[in-house]
Design a protein around this ligand. Structure first.
Ligand SMILES: Cc1ncc(COP(=O)(O)O)c(C=O)c1O
Length: 464
């Protein structure tokens, strides 16, 4: 007797004949071939196609091929091309081809990376990523890594470990007693701290009024002379890579002061921590290895696919106490159980593509990629200055901050740039002025792309 339902029959057929996957591969290949000519941001004619997705939930099971077609033909043109050479918005990285391919495979495997017994391959690759990241960033041997969605969540994990450790030092058991009535921790941030750190501090129960703010220099680095007296109740957050200027805090000077005081140091190194993997930038990251926790993204400088955030912590007991979970059905093993280092239980196996990208590039290739982004940023700065813009940052890494003659001209120039379709970048405020942020974050950006983008910038300003 055939006990298979009609739905099951269809699903088995789809899975076994491989047609959907082959179509997806064809669509993907076409997409990538068109990418160099594709607009950096969708044109209005593409945006008009989006209404095709705004229908009621169908009553009945539909046609899978039709659905895939709809995604490819109406969704594809509405993607933003971070991976192209002329997209410089936010700090959105490109994708290495091996990362994309490994991600496809991982999607097919569809592994849950919570525990070794759920996926030996996911656990093994994560353990290997942890080892390589420690070597690349020169971190202490006892450092552990958790793979999360992005730097936001990685910072949450690092700060949760910090809260556990510092409260334990003050004889407070946060696990049992929570934050109510706890001894006060001192949170010390530079005024240029990224908004995600503040959001995560809020989630952990630290009100913004309790933050001790340290002034920064013109480039966004914390002013060391303004550091208050530190002690074992302190959590100090430093930055490797300011989101606007790309500058680095003075780790070499600050870290010994923090260490002596038993202050916990968390480093937000979303894109900049990768500088530690390049000898060319050793002077920028010198001392960063003495922090207690670090957050960094694979999906920015390393160009892994989205999403890939990493928390690193030199205090394994602190991070596992902060993030562990119990349940009689949880089967731990002597091998790596990754859920000890992340807030999630179920989690996709993002270690697959992270491992593949690092295995492919190797130590030298990673350094070369980091340096390439920097050299492209220097080239951009040189060309855009010649084009009459003011570059207002030191271009220490991959960010270039620009300004026209006044706020109004800067704003209108940016509108024109965004509407061009040729290139895309976003706004920010710096020292009270409107600025344009250019973030070079894709392996695919060539000098030719920059020449084309700079021409567009110059025309955009001319047309204000
Ligand atoms: C310095 C810094 N910190 C944190 C973040 C947030 O990272 P994510 O979007 O991966 O959570 C960013 C994003 O650009 C960043 O530049």
């Amino acid at each position: 007797m055939n006990t298979m339902s009609e739905l099951q029959r269809q699903l088995f057929l789809q899975q076994q004949n491989g047609k959907l996957l082959r179509q997806a591969a064809d669509f993907s290949y076409q997409y990538l071939q068109q990418a160099p000519q594709a607009p950096a941001f969708p044109k209005q004619s593409a945006l008009d196609l989006l209404s095709a997705f705004e229908h009621d939930l169908p009553d009945k099971t539909g046609d899978a091929e039709h659905i895939l077609n709809q995604l490819a033909l109406k969704g594809g043109p509405n993607t933003v091309h971070y991976g192209g050479g002329r997209y410089y918005g936010f700090v959105n990285g490109g994708v290495l081809p091996i990362g994309r391919a490994a991600r496809w495979l991982a999607d097919t495997w569809d592994q849950n990376a919570a525990l070794y017994v759920m996926s030996p391959i996911a656990a093994t690759l994560e353990a290997q990523c942890e080892k390589w990241l420690k070597q690349l960033f020169n971190l202490p041997a006892g450092t552990v890594a958790g793979l999360v969605t992005g730097t936001s969540v990685a910072s949450l994990c690092g700060l949760a470990a910090a809260r556990y450790r510092q409260l334990t030092r003050l004889n407070w058991d946060i696990e049992n007693h929570g934050v109510f009535g706890a001894p006060k921790l001192r949170i010390i941030l530079g005024r240029q701290t990224h908004g995600t750190v503040i959001k995560m501090l809020n989630l952990l129960g630290f009100g913004q009024q309790n933050i001790e703010w340290i002034d920064c220099d013109q480039q966004g680095r914390m002013q060391v002379d303004n550091l208050p007296e530190l002690d074992a109740s302190c959590i100090l957050v430093l930055q490797a890579g300011n989101v606007c200027t790309g500058t680095f805090d003075h780790f070499k000077q600050i870290m010994p002061i923090a260490k002596r005081a038993n202050a916990w140091v968390h480093v937000d190194g979303a894109f900049g921590l990768w500088a530690a993997a390049s000898p060319e930038f050793a002077r920028l990251t010198d001392g960063v290895e003495h922090a207690n926790s670090w957050s960094v993204d694979g999906h920015k400088t390393l160009n892994t696919p989205y999403d890939c955030g990493i928390v690193l912590c030199d205090d394994q007991p602190a991070i596992t106490h902060a993030l562990h979970q119990q349940g009689s059905y949880i089967q731990h093993s002597g091998d790596r159980d990754s859920m000890m280092f992340t807030p999630d239980m179920s989690r996709r196996a993002r270690g697959v593509e992270l491992w593949a990208c690092m295995a492919y590039l190797g130590r030298q290739g990673i350094a070369e990629l980091v340096e390439l982004l920097h050299h492209r940023a220097l080239y951009f700065a040189k060309k855009i200055r010649l084009g009459g813009f003011r570059v207002i940052n030191d271009v220490e890494f991959n960010q270039v901050l620009l300004r026209c003659d006044n706020d109004q001209q800067t704003q209108q120039t940016l509108v024109n740039i965004q509407q061009s379709g040729v290139t895309w970048c976003g706004p920010a405020k710096w020292q009270g002025d409107d600025v344009i942020r250019v973030s070079i974050c894709s392996w695919a950006t060539t000098e030719n792309d920059i020449d084309v983008a700079v021409d567009t910038f110059v025309k955009a300003r001319h047309n204000t």
